[in-house]
Design a protein around this ligand. Structure first.
Ligand code: HEM
Length: 162
């Protein structure tokens, strides 16, 4: 098999992994934002913080694997298709948006959540539970909105819509 064919096949596999990891990751963000957090508004603070912790405990490691797979498969596509120069062109703003969303989520999952958020949420839930839950819901909505916008923009942009 020629090197070019091998690279093309590798790219196709990387693209499939990229999309699958995005589905798992952003699908989970959708569930948390649109279903789980709104449902917690009906529960007493001690209950929702306990439940939120249990969900977060299971969700965070899975999300971290998905986020890493998105990065590795994305980098492989950049290499295989030699797309690096897109980052120097404004016309490919959707590539910047996609990578920007990744950076934001990675910072939240790997740094801000374990080091800052966990403590802030616990303290906030004890002193002003309603406001803390509203803040978490708002933050999740912004992140979900950005991720959905990035998915739309990259699928449409890579097919020449913009
Ligand atoms: C550092 C992180 C990332 C890198 C390096 C990266 C890289 C890439 C590359 C090179 C492509 C192919 C573009 C093309 O065919 O023109 C792509 C496609 C795509 N990316 Fe990313 N990406 C990253 C993060 C993300 C994130 C965070 C999302 C979701 C929010 C995402 C969703 C997608 C989707 C849906 C496609 C389109 C697949 C298709 O239509 O075939 N990517 N990405």
């Amino acid at each position: 098999m020629s090197d070019a064919l091998l690279l093309a096949e590798g790219e196709a596999v990387a693209r499939a992994i990229h999309v699958l990891a995005v589905v798992v990751w952003i699908g989970s963000v959708w569930l948390v934002t649109m279903v789980l957090l709104p449902a917690m508004r009906q529960k007493p603070p001690e209950q929702w913080t306990r439940e939120f912790d249990a969900i977060e405990h299971r969700f965070a490691p899975q999300a971290r694997v998905a986020v890493l797979l998105v990065l590795l498969s994305g980098l492989y596509m950049l290499y295989a298709d030699n797309l690096w120069d897109r980052f120097e062109q404004g016309a490919f703003w959707w590539m910047h948006l996609m990578v920007g969303v990744w950076l934001l989520f990675a910072a939240l999952l790997f740094v801000i959540e374990p080091l800052v958020f966990r403590h802030v949420v616990h303290r906030g839930a004890a002193s002003s539970p309603r406001r803390t839950l509203a803040l978490m819901l708002w933050l999740h909505r912004v992140m979900l909105g950005l991720a959905l916008a990035a998915i739309f923009a990259v699928v449409a942009g890579s097919r020449g819509l913009f």
